[in-house]
Design a protein around this ligand. Structure first.
Ligand code: ATR
Length: 281
């Protein structure tokens, strides 16, 4: 870490300091504290952000009220269970069925989903979404958030999944087409998004779909960011595709959280740099 980064991470508190944090289990390896504390330091916002390992979400939400915690990131396994304990939900979070952000506005707790925003804005930096064929690989929570975002942006969603039941369920909710993973080789999508853990360290040579389906000009995004260049992204680039790594979406969902909490423009580049410093080579 260089000298400048170290200085930026010096945390000052006084009686006006606002408290933020992440609720999850496990949470020790979360990159969010480094990212958000850097954003506070960079913008001069008087806040501090801590990881909280939370087993039971209800008393943790009560603590937000009692202690006046200003904002919280919510991660696995609490993204769905947290919803019923909040005062209001953003319509998109309600539709997705998951909340990853709590905003405490004068004691009223609002729930938002910025995973969706992060994914859509990452894609929009590289391509138009409207009218495009978008294959979402996987059918878990991340696929659901990204699927709704892409649909709202006017993309034609295809859900590609290993288990038929889960895939058909999500495709049905999104009024999308379902493609079994075994038939993924026949896809002709403009945009492909991997939402499965396939390719994540230590199984870095694995790829969620056959490499043969990448074409020149295809836009390919991975939500896996350990490693940053997954086999999925490597093969896509080799075939002439445009690639978007998993950190892009992660940082943009965090940037949106920062903006919801502070009303300030997020220092996206500084946030990405803070996260990169935490990752192994
Ligand atoms: P999250 O909520 O974080 O998105 P999840 O709910 O565990 O994670 O969903 C993971 C998705 O990745 C699932 O759609 C899963 O497919 P199944 O429905 O068949 O279980 C998919 N997935 C996980 N491991 C996979 C693998 N080795 N090959 C293909 N798909 C896989």
């Amino acid at each position: 870490m260089d000298k400048l980064s170290k200085n930026l991470d010096a945390i000052w508190t006084d009686k006006a300091t606002e408290l933020f944090g992440v609720f999850g289990d496990p949470v020790a390896h979360s990159l969010s504290p480094a990212m958000h504390n850097r954003a506070f330091a960079f913008t001069g916002y008087n806040g501090v952000y801590l990881p909280f390992r939370v087993e039971h979400i209800e008393p943790a939400v009560a603590a937000v009220r009692t202690l006046g915690i200003r904002g919280v990131s919510v991660t696995l396994p609490h993204k769905v269970a947290v919803m019923e304990h909040l005062d209001r939900l953003h319509p998109l979070a309600e539709r997705i069925g998951a909340v990853n952000t709590i905003v405490n506005t004068d004691g009223v707790l609002g729930g938002y989903n910025t995973d969706c925003f992060g994914a859509v804005s990452a894609l929009k930096h590289h391509t138009e979404i409207k009218g495009k064929e978008v294959a979402i690989i996987g059918a878990g929570g991340a696929a659901r958030a990204i699927g709704w975002g892409v649909k709202d942006a006017g993309g034609n969603v295809m859900v590609v999944n290993r288990s038929v039941e889960k895939g058909e369920q999500l495709a049905g909710d999104l009024s999308a087409t379902f493609v079994p993973l075994a038939k993924a080789g026949e896809l002709t999508a403009d945009i492909l998004v991997n939402t499965t853990p396939v390719g994540m360290h230590p199984h870095t040579d694995e790829i969620p779909v056959p490499a043969g389906l990448f074409r020149r000009g295809v836009v390919v995004m991975d939500i896996v960011y350990t490693p940053l260049k997954t086999e999925f992204l490597k093969q896509a680039r080799a075939a002439g595709g445009k690639i978007i790594d998993g950190l892009t979406m992660f940082v943009l969902q965090g940037a949106r959280q920062f903006e919801l909490w502070t009303g300030l423009e997020a220092p996206v580049d500084a946030m990405r740099k803070a996260v990169m410093e935490q990752l192994p080579e």
